[in-house]
Design a protein around this ligand. Structure first.
Ligand code: CA
Length: 291
C-alpha cells in the first residue's frame, strides 16, 4: 500500500501518510487531478530491463569529472547551484538543515536548521530566495538566498518530495508520477504533468533538477535518473548511475542515491546520495542511443 511505502520512508506510521486514491472524489481541479496520480504503492518498477528496453529514448551512463567530499550526516533531499554556491537541503527529524557552501572547498558558509517538528525535503532558489519543502506538514519555508535567514512560509497540497524551478514556477514532486507547477507568488497549483515512458507512468519521483527544458528526477530507491519534457512529462531519456555507490554493503535503503544539481559553467551534473561520503560532477556518456 502507498501508506506503508511512504510511512516506511520516514520511519513513521503517521496517519497523515495514509493516502488512498480510490477514496478520492472524481477530480475536478488541477490539484485533485494531480492527486489522483498518487502511486499505487508498489515498489518502484524501474530497473535495468525497463530502462534499456525502451527503444525510442537514449540511456546514458556517466564519466566522473570531479569528486568532492560529502558530509555523511546529511540525508540529502535537495541539491542545486545558485549564484556560484552549492546549496543542500537535508531531511530527518531533528537533523534537517539547509546549507550554503563553497563549491570548490565544500566549506559551509551559512546554514539554517529546521525545527524538530519538520522533516526537510527538496529545495530550490528563485530570484533572491530559497524555497524548501517538508515531507508531511504541507508547509514550506522561504529564506534569503545570501544569509539563509527565514523570511516566510507557504502552504502546498499533499506531500513534499523534490523541488526545482524553470525560472518561472516552483516545480515539485510528491512521490507520485505527477509533477506540480506552483505559482511562486500565490503558491497555487497552476498545472501538472504526468511523467510517462513507453511502458507506463514513472512514479516515486524524488529530487529534481531543471536543465534546458527538461527535468531530471531521481527515481526513489533506484540508481536511475529519469529525464522528461517540462511541457508534457514524456520521458526523453535515462541516466544509469549504477556503480557510483561507494559502499554498496552499507549504503542501501534508506541511504539511496538522491540529489541532482546542474553546474552550468562546467556543463556537468552534480550528484550524491543520502549520507553518502562523496559528491560527484559527472558527464553523461551515451550507452544506448534512442531511435
Ligand atoms: Ca536539485
Amino acid at each position: 500500500m502507498a501508506s506503508l511505502a511512504i510511512a516506511s520512508r520516514s520511519g513513521l506510521n503517521s496517519p497523515k501518510a495514509v493516502t488512498n486514491p480510490s477514496r478520492m472524489k472524481a477530480p475536478h481541479s488541477v490539484t485533485e487531478s494531480a492527486f489522483a496520480r498518487l502511486p499505487s504503492g508498489q515498489a518502484p518498477d524501474v530497473d535495468h530491463e525497463r530502462v534499456y528496453e525502451q527503444l525510442t529514448v537514449p540511456v546514458h551512463t556517466y564519466e566522473i569529472v570531479r569528486t568532492f567530499p560529502h558530509d555523511t550526516r546529511d540525508y540529502t533531499e535537495g541539491l542545486f547551484h545558485h549564484k556560484g554556491y552549492l546549496y543542500e537541503a537535508t531531511g530527518e527529524f531533528g537533523r534537517s538543515r539547509l546549507k550554503k557552501s563553497d563549491i570548490e572547498t565544500g566549506k559551509v558558509l551559512c546554514e539554517s536548521d529546521l525545527d524538530v517538528r519538520y522533516f526537510g525535503e527538496g529545495a530550490t532558489a528563485l530570484g533572491d530566495h530559497v524555497y524548501r519543502l517538508t515531507y508531511l506538514s504541507t508547509f514550506g519555508f522561504i529564506y534569503r538566498d545570501d544569509t539563509l535567514e527565514l523570511t516566510g512560509t507557504f502552504h502546498y497540497p499533499g506531500q513534499g518530495w523534490g523541488l526545482t524551478t524553470d525560472g518561472k514556477s516552483l516545480i515539485m514532486s510528491n512521490g507520485s508520477a505527477a509533477i506540480l507547477f506552483l505559482d511562486p507568488k500565490t503558491f497555487a497549483v497552476e498545472r501538472y504533468i504526468v511523467v510517462t515512458d513507453s511502458f507506463s507512468e514513472v512514479g516515486f519521483l524524488n529530487e529534481l533538477e531543471y536543465v534546458d527544458g527538461e527535468i531530471y528526477a531521481n527515481v526513489w530507491k533506484t540508481n536511475y535518473i529519469v529525464r522528461f519534457s517540462v511541457e508534457t512529462g514524456t520521458v526523453t531519456g535515462w541516466l544509469d548511475l549504477n556503480g557510483l555507490d561507494p559502499d554498496p554493503e552499507k549504503l542501501v535503503y534508506p541511504y539511496v542515491l538522491n540529489g541532482i544539481a546542474h553546474d552550468t559553467d562546467e556543463g556537468t551534473l552534480v550528484v550524491t546520495g543520502k549520507n553518502w561520503p562523496s559528491l560527484w560532477h559527472v558527464k553523461p556518456v551515451l550507452a544506448k542511443p534512442g531511435s
